[in-house]
Design a protein around this ligand. Structure first.
Ligand SMILES: Cc1cc2nc3c(=O)[nH]c(=O)nc-3n(C[C@H](O)[C@H](O)[C@H](O)COP(=O)(O)OP(=O)(O)OC[C@H]3O[C@@H](n4cnc5c(N)ncnc54)[C@H](O)[C@@H]3O)c2cc1C
Length: 468
């Protein structure tokens, strides 16, 4: 690893110096820090190339955010044409393109199938495993990694670098040790949902090494809406299917913010709204609510039906039927009718055309946008300018970075996991090349690991509750 690391100075708190796994092994020693999808695919790639790989993670078990993504069905990638897929990375599309082209969505689907998890394309073009879960995939993957000789060391925190080629790792006992490896891959994630492991604590260690990092910011965040106690009690957790959210006016003569719309399914939560359309407006809305202001969005509950069509349908109410019963019979769900009541606190309009207008333009006050603790992903991170095309840090030869800790952003839809896998794979290949290794077919099973059973993986309740 890098001579330039010597400029970082000695570490005072180090209790022991170790090279634990490969003292008597001729294979190059490779450390991967971060056992999320980016780190695990990097580890697999390096192990297949002949590296002796140890994965460190500061949580008690690997890939907690990946498991949490499985709670939402695990939208692992997207089936749209590659050009369009790549455009989803916005300003970072040029930087992401080579990695995605080298390991495209089909490669990820093949990878899942090899691990026994067939995938399918949903009606929106999103790709999911048939089980809608992450745990079977992760279990099978951990078994395969063990068979490739990859060791996973939980409760070990990356602190920073030291000396000529030292990696500072703090164990669960709080004691810091200096490890030496031939290459290091950092796959430490962003900073959203920090209790799942990726907490952005790596920024300090890398900044100290002079690596350019753009500030970490929440992305794909939920919207905070102040619901009435009744609506929250009755409808928390309920979906609103195929709606369109609008911010700003689409009227050409209107002043105010540039209009933005987003369509899809959303979920009513205790604090507001979650789901693709809410996430996609979140960056724009964050600017509007900065400094404690609130702003208004409009919900169109029937984006495929015109106001006139709705008004015609709603004008046929039998005289004796209650308004709520009529709206339900007209196809509105209780969650939708409740939302209309939230948007019109003085009561639902009786006039069919006014009601039709409300269904297509229900105003909701957005009081804020979720912070990093609840955002789905993180914008900002290690600048691509700080990396070469193999994702090796220019200032720290032998140190590679991958996954969400890189400075890219993308909407939900499978683009985040695809990016984590594709960049993890690229970093693994880059590190193998740096060591003069070439990827080869899977080596035979290492005898020590035959019959390996992964440790207990947390279930969703444990994930939500545990800080360990
Ligand atoms: C609720 C939720 C649902 C999601 N659903 C989807 C989805 O359906 N589709 C999709 O594409 N994306 C989804 N995502 C995003 C996706 O999970 C992430 O983009 C992806 O996990 C990033 O992978 P990664 O390997 O880069 O980082 P992570 O998965 O965050 O892994 C980083 C690892 O590094 C470890 N680590 C961090 N710092 C240290 C340190 N100092 N020392 C040691 N270890 C450290 C962490 O413990 C963690 O295990 C979801 C995210 C959330 C929060």
């Amino acid at each position: 690893m890098a001579k330039s690391l010597s400029s970082l100075g000695a570490v005072k708190t180090i209790a022991k110096v170790t090279k634990p796994y490969f003292q008597s092994d001729a294979r190059p020693g490779c450390a991967v820090i971060g056992a999320g999808p980016a780190g695990l695919i990097a580890a697999e790639t390096l192990a297949r190339a002949g590296g002796l790989v140890t994965v460190y993670d500061h949580k008690a078990s690997p890939a907690r955010k990946f498991l949490m993504a499985g709670r939402g069905g695990l939208n692992i990638t997207h089936s749209e044409p590659l050009e369009r897929f790549i455009s989803r990375y916005g300003a970072r599309a040029p930087q992401m393109e080579p990695f995605i082209r080298a390991w495209p969505p089909q490669a990820l689907r093949d990878f899942c199938a090899e691990l026994g998890e067939e995938t399918f394309v949903g009606s929106s073009g999103r790709v999911f495993p048939k089980s809608f879960k992450a745990s079977p995939l992760l279990r099978a993957w951990l078994v395969r990694l063990a068979s490739l000789g990859v060791a996973i060391e939980p409760r070990q925190s990356f602190v920073g670098f030291a000396g000529e080629d030292g990696l500072r790792i703090r164990g669960s006992d709080g004691v810091e040790a200096l490890h030496r490896f031939d290459v290091v891959i950092l796959a430490l994630g962003g900073a959203s949902w920090p209790r799942l492991g990726s907490d952005g604590s790596w920024v300090k260690g890398l900044s100290a090494a002079g690596v350019a990092i753009n500030p970490l910011r929440p992305a794909n965040a939920g919207l905070c809406v102040v619901w009435s106690a009744l609506y929250r009690a009755d409808f928390e957790g309920q979906p609103l299917k195929n709606v369109s959210l609008r911010y700003g006016s689409t009227d050409d003569n209107a002043t105010g913010p540039e209009p933005a719309t987003a369509r899809g399914d959303i979920v009513v939560t205790r604090t507001g709204l979650e789901g693709g359309p809410a996430y996609s407006l979140s960056s724009r809305l964050r600017e509007a609510v900065d400094g404690g202001q609130s702003t208004v969005i409009h919900v169109d509950l029937r984006p495929d039906t015109s106001q006139e069509q709705l008004a015609r349908k709603l004008s046929k109410r039998p005289p004796k039927q209650s308004h709520a019963t009529f709206l339900r019979r007209a196809g509105l769900s209780p969650t939708e009718i409740g939302l209309l009541r939230e948007a019109s606190p003085t009561g639902l309009p009786r006039d069919a055309s006014v009601m039709a207008y409300l269904i297509k333009n229900a105003p909701l006050i957005v009081a804020g946008v979720s912070g990093l603790e609840r955002a789905i992903s993180t914008a900002g991170g290690v600048s691509f300018d700080a990396c070469d095309r193999n994702l090796m840090l220019r200032l720290l030869p032998g140190v590679f970075v991958a996954g969400e800790m890189l400075d890219f952003d993308a909407p939900t839809g499978g683009y985040l996991l695809q990016a984590a896998f594709a960049t993890g794979r690229a970093a693994g290949l880059g590190a193998a090349r740096y060591l003069g290794l070439t990827e080869r077919d899977a080596p035979s099973v290492w005898p020590d690991h035959a019959g390996f059973e992964p440790r207990h993986l947390p279930n969703s309740l444990e994930l939500a509750a545990s800080n360990k």
